[in-house]
Design a protein around this ligand. Structure first.
Ligand code: NAD
Ligand code: DAU
Length: 356
């Protein structure tokens, strides 16, 4: 095997953030080997990666992070020094329907990866197990305040609980076994390749197709939005400069009420589609039954990553959201492809449940 400066096992690289991070790293670091391990669940899509699939520093392996034999074989073959762990079940609404899948992949899968890394990394020097996690582990904010790295964990959805549990296991493996780990907790990402079950791509898809736009409750819940390439830059920086044992919060400094996001999407999508007047799609908005246990607000204090690593978001919301809508409009084949099959069943059931 060619000699690479770093050998990275990246899990979940065919999902939304994984695709963006994989492409970013493969292109930026030809001297690093990136092995993308992904089970290709409904959320994973190999066609996202066709433009890098023949790069000499990139390999794809279809498989499950719960498969210990496979993980052992991969560690033996590639002798990884870095694990970038992104594979997860990631959608809160699905976790409310079927929490078991979230326990399996997010908790047991993470522990399985930790065990494998521990077994193969007898000498922890130069090794790093990096868990990509979420701000949802901190729970829900009222109208004031922000999450910091020392905010107590208070997960409130099955998804958040599974990510909190996996964060705890990651830290426990450092304290107990000396495994070098780092964790980042990030706010809501948006951008190309996001599966259209999440707010922004779901709304764009429905605006294009002139379908109802289901806004939970009165649309007053607040999320902090981060353009996915800014997240990829932060992950790159933390992988190289983050201190083992530390946690870094990543956020977009971009708080928005859901209803404002949906209205903005109507305006931009209409404008780019030449619909007149721009914003006419707001007539498709339907206020539907709220999400069970719906977290009110997330906001991130990004002081630590800014002061210690010099990172801050570069793409503001106006620019990012326009780029995002344009990407989905230019990639309608991708949207069509991912909204067939298993997704259609999920989507139809969800709409029926919402009375739409
Ligand atoms: P995603 O659902 O788009 O992608 C998840 C990927 O993991 C898919 O490609 C899927 O096939 C793969 N996967 C699932 N189970 C697997 C298993 N058992 N073995 C191997 N692969 C498996 O998720 P995303 O939005 O890209 O999120 C990636 C990571 O970032 C997750 O850990 C998530 O918790 C975290 N995160 C996401 C956000 C966000 O806004 N999307 C914000 C903060 C943190
Ligand atoms: O904060 C980080 C988290 O952000 C990540 O860890 C999760 O993986 C990611 O899915 C995301 O979680 P949210 O629940 O915040 O994202 P979602 O896109 O599902 O919803 C965003 C907001 O929009 C939330 O307040 C619920 C609301 N919503 C969502 C959908 C799908 C609606 O009003 N209508 C909808 O149809």
């Amino acid at each position: 095997m060619k000699k690479f400066l770093k050998k990275i096992l990246l899990t979940g690289g065919a999902g939304f953030i994984g695709t963006n991070v994989t492409k970013y790293l493969v292109r930026k670091y030809p001297q690093y080997l990136i092995v993308n391990l992904d089970k290709l669940t409904y959320a994973g899509n190999l066609t996202n990666l066709t433009d890098i699939e023949n790069q000499p520093n990139y390999t794809f392996v279809k498989g499950d992070i719960l498969d210990s034999n496979l993980l052992n074989r991969l560690f033996e073959t590639y002798r990884f020094d870095t694990v970038l762990h992104l594979a997860a079940e990631s959608h809160v609404d699905r976790s409310i329907e079927s929490p078991g899948n979230f326990v399996r992949t997010n908790v047991l899968g993470t522990v399985n990866l930790l065990n494998t890394a521990r077994k193969h990394w007898k000498n922890p020097e130069g090794k790093l197990f990096y868990h990509i996690s979420t701000d949802e582990v901190y729970g829900s904010l009222g109208d004031e305040g922000q999450f910091t790295e020392t905010t107590c964990y208070d997960p409130r959805s099955p998804y958040a609980a599974s990510k909190a549990a996996s964060d705890h296991f990651v830290r426990a493996y450092m304290h107990t076994y000396g495994l070098p780990v780092v964790i980042s907790n990030c706010s809501n990402n948006y951008g190309p390749y996001q599966f259209p079950e999440k707010l922004i791509p779901l709304m764009i898809n429905n605006i294009i197709e002139e379908k109802p736009l289901p806004v939970y409750g009165r649309g007053q819940n607040v999320r902090d939005w981060l353009y996915v390439e800014d997240h990829a830059r932060a992950i790159d920086l933390i992988m190289h400069k983050g201190r083992p044992g530390e946690t870094y919060n990543i956020g977009g400094n971009n708080e928005r009420k859901n209803i404002d996001v949906v209205e903005k999407l109507c305006e931009i999508t209409d404008e780019l589609l030449g619909r007149s007047p721009a914003g006419i799609s707001k007539g498709l908005i339907r206020f539907v039954q709220d999400r069970a246990g719906h977290d009110w607000r997330y906001a991130i204090d990004t002081t630590k990553i800014k002061n210690q690593l010099g990172w801050q978001p570069e793409v503001d919301f106006e620019e990012g959201i326009r780029k995002t809508v344009r990407w989905y409009l230019n990639n309608r084949d991708w949207l069509k492809k991912v909204t067939t099959g298993e997704y259609r069943t999920y989507y139809e059931k969800m709409y029926k449940n919402k009375g739409l």
